[in-house]
Design a protein around this ligand. Structure first.
Ligand code: ADE
Length: 234
């Protein structure tokens, strides 16, 4: 997969992209992540990328010119067309199903905004879909892009080893879209708290059933909204 990120702050991405799974996936050629600074495409000598909103109101809005020029430059860097994604609190809520869907693409082009938002012609003109990572407003789309990229890249084949395979994750199909079962590791007894006997029984069938039940209980208790959304079978 190729991921392009258009941003005013490419440096913000350096650390998250340099550790663990994201680092290994890039080194292993599973994903190629390319950062491009929108400000390099500003037309004037002040490198201006935002302006006052027409009709008045607070804050500044990202101008279409620099983003279109930046996008047209980036688009040509690969023959693959790519899916264009604007990070904005007005977008569709990002979730595991969306991560799975995006992980099947060959190319993703993320555009992170700042200020009060994007000039509407950016969304329309670039045919972009909008993604929000939750109902709160961040200072910009960079952290949101990182969240989405992390969730997508770990799903790419070969990105995580068998030892931490995302198959049984919370929200995954094997968890029926609900929460994952409780996990335990050594020691067997820690500060008086014992690992459930079933996990030491060696009976894989019983363990699988126990885990399914536990996942369901936890979903009912902590995330009943997942049951109501129809994602999880009761
Ligand atoms: N930009 C600002 N807030 C955001 C959010 N919640 N999700 C995605 N992008 C954003």
């Amino acid at each position: 997969m190729r991921i392009d990120i258009l941003t005013l702050f490419p440096e913000m991405f350096e650390s998250p992209l340099s550790y663990s799974i994201l680092k290994r996936a890039q080194q292993g050629g599973i994903v190629d992540i390319v950062l491009t600074n929108i400000r390099d495409f500003a037309a004037d000598k002040y490198r201006k990328v935002d302006d006052k909103p027409y009709g008045g109101g607070p804050g500044m809005v990202m101008m279409p010119g620099p983003i279109f020029d930046c996008f047209e430059h980036v688009e040509k860097l690969s023959a693959e067309k790519g899916r264009v994604i604007l990070l904005t609190p007005q977008g569709q809520k990002f979730n595991q199903a969306k991560a799975v869907e995006l992980s099947k693409e060959k190319r993703l082009i993320f555009i992170s905004g700042r200020y009060e938002g994007f000039d509407e012609r950016i969304r329309i003109g670039l045919g972009a879909e909008q993604i929000s990572i939750g109902d709160y407003v961040l200072s910009g789309g960079e952290l949101a892009a990182m969240v989405a990229i992390d969730a997508v890249v770990r799903l790419l084949p070969g990105a995580v080893g068998d030892e931490d395979c995302p198959k049984d994750d919370s929200f995954s199909e094997s968890a029926d879209g609900g929460l994952e079962y409780p996990q335990y590791t050594r020691p067997e007894v820690f500060r008086g708290m014992k690992v459930p006997d079933i996990l030491l029984s060696g009976d894989h069938g019983k363990i699988a059933e126990w885990r399914r039940q536990q996942g369901l209980e936890r979903t009912k208790k902590w995330r009943p909204d997942l049951l109501n959304s129809g994602k999880k079978e009761i």
